[in-house]
Design a protein around this ligand. Structure first.
Ligand code: PMP
Length: 393
């Protein structure tokens, strides 16, 4: 077995999909970060399929950097946005996960120090671990990653990170957003240290409150050290497995070579569906509907948390995205709670799943996006019943 095999820890989030599929009783699912079933534009995609997927060429191999259909449509869709890019910076990927894998493959050697947020998106930190990185967890507060903590840590140890992995907007799992000031400071430090910034931002277009903050990609103004990972999973559909990477043009040949050794090209029928969706201008309207619905769901979750957990816990107040983060004020072992909650008919992801050093034994992540408001209320009531049962046992 290769040495790296023992560093592949898997994903507790992804594993919850098969775990929950095997359950036969009714479960309110706050675990996976899936869009609402109602938010998947199935009718439009079916219509697009009827035209875009007619010929055999839609089922052939595609160019590794992405089919011209989606590349052109995406470049146009991004014009004037905080993610505007150009053909020489753009590579189409199999979802955001492949972007993260490519970033680590290009930048992380065994033993390299990689900064992650604490809590972090565990599939991102897990990717860095699979390339045998050493991780440094930097706390997250209501303004995102505590960049000054990071600066002090690097000064104290004299060891600069090779890469800094962040989900700056509506972070997975905490729902918090990095302030403009911290984004600027992070870029300044990264450029000083020569660290690549892996800017993973799948939720930025799903803002339902507050005001937009420029992306790290935009603030970096083309600096070669910012590697941006994007995906259609949250804004169109995760099963398509289509995303993109925005990186310095000098990296594109390497990205193509690395991707050729992985999967040759991204699934072409899926690329054509996304291309049609973008070209026909559906994305803007679709986002308006999604944002309004996700806000309703977040409010429903916060109201039910206030009703059932005000005496026990506090939670974050995301202005967009899919998740909020619940922290118990007294010890409640959320890993032990999981089994009890499942029996009560509700699923979530325990806090420790989001920390390589397991710093969050009394926290949990809830996804409000995939569940309708009435079911959210039911799920939160079940969660409270589970906590009471665990505390009585
Ligand atoms: N990054 C973050 C922060 C995510 O939340 C997700 C999806 N849960 C991904 C990357 C992976 O995206 P995809 O499903 O497109 O691979």
């Amino acid at each position: 077995m290769a040495a790296r095999a023992s560093h592949m820890i898997g994903s507790p989030i992804d594993s919850s999909t098969s775990l929950l599929a095997a359950q036969t009783h009714d479960i309110v699912r706050f675990a996976m970060g899936s869009p609402a079933a109602e938010a998947i534009p199935t009718e439009v995609l079916t219509e697009i399929a009827a035209t875009e997927l007619k010929g055999a060429d839609a089922f052939d191999y595609a160019a590794t950097e992405g089919d011209p259909s989606i590349r052109e449509a995406l470049l146009r869709a991004l014009e004037g946005t905080s993610d505007e890019t150009s053909a020489d910076r753009l590579t189409i990927t199999a979802g955001g996960m492949q972007g993260l894998d490519l970033a680590c493959k290009l930048f992380v050697d065994p033993g390299d120090l990689v900064v992650v947020e604490s809590p972090t998106y565990t599939n991102g930190s897990g990717t860095a671990l699979s390339y045998q990185a050493e991780l440094l967890e930097v706390p997250v507060d209501t303004d995102g990653m505590d960049v000054e903590f990071l600066a002090q840590e690097v000064e104290r140890t004299g060891r600069a990170p090779k890469a800094i992995y962040t989900v700056p907007t509506f972070q997975n799992p905490s729902g918090t957003t990095m302030s403009l000031e911290r984004r600027r400071r992070l870029l300044e430090l990264a450029l000083r240290w020569g660290s690549v910034v892996i800017d993973d931002d799948p939720y930025g277009l799903l803002r339902f409150a507050g005001t937009d903050v420029p992306t790290l990609h935009e603030l970096a103004e083309g600096d070669p050290l910012v590697f941006s990972v994007r995906t259609f999973s949250k804004i169109i559909a995760p099963g398509l497995r289509v995303g993109w990477v925005d990186a310095d043009p000098s990296l594109q040949p390497l990205l193509i070579a690395a991707k050729q050794a992985m999967d040759t090209c991204t699934n072409l029928p899926a690329q054509r569906l996304v291309a049609g969706f973008l070209r026909e201008g559906h994305l803007a309207d679709h986002l308006v509907t999604q944002r309004a619905e996700y806000q309703r769901r977040k409010v429903a979750m916060q109201e039910s948390l206030s009703e059932h957990f005000a005496d026990l816990a506090h939670w974050t107040d995301p202005e967009g995205g899919f998740f909020l983060w619940v922290s118990f004020d007294q010890p409640v072992d959320t890993e032990a709670l999981f089994e009890v909650a499942l029996a009560e008919g509700v699923a979530y992801i325990p806090g420790n799943a989001f920390s390589p050093a397991k710093r969050f034994p009394h926290d949990l992540r809830l996804c409000f996006a995939s569940t309708a408001p009435d079911r959210i209320r039911e799920g939160v009531a079940r969660l409270r019943a589970a906590v009471d049962r665990l505390r009585e046992s």
